[in-house]
Design a protein around this ligand. Structure first.
Ligand code: SF4
Length: 63
């Protein structure tokens, strides 16, 4: 699975980071960094929770 991010929608609040901290990281300026655009093995559930939990629907998953 691949992660898609719509930066225009991302507000940098970091809910995704709290749900999948190995994949998402928000820096001090509120910029979201995605550590791996391919969902790492074993991280599927966390990343799915992060995508579902993003309040602005900035994240999507592509098979
Ligand atoms: S939860 Fe959504 S809006 Fe918040 S930092 Fe992550 S991608 Fe951006």
């Amino acid at each position: 699975m691949e992660i898609e991010l719509d930066r225009a929608k991302c507000t940098g609040l970091g809910i995704c980071e709290s749900l999948a901290p190995d994949v998402f990281e928000v820096d001090e300026s509120g910029e979201l960094a995605v550590m791996s655009w391919t969902v790492p093995q074993g991280q599927e559930a966390d990343v799915e929770a992060a995508v579902a939990g993003c309040p602005t629907e900035a994240l999507k998953l592509r098979p």
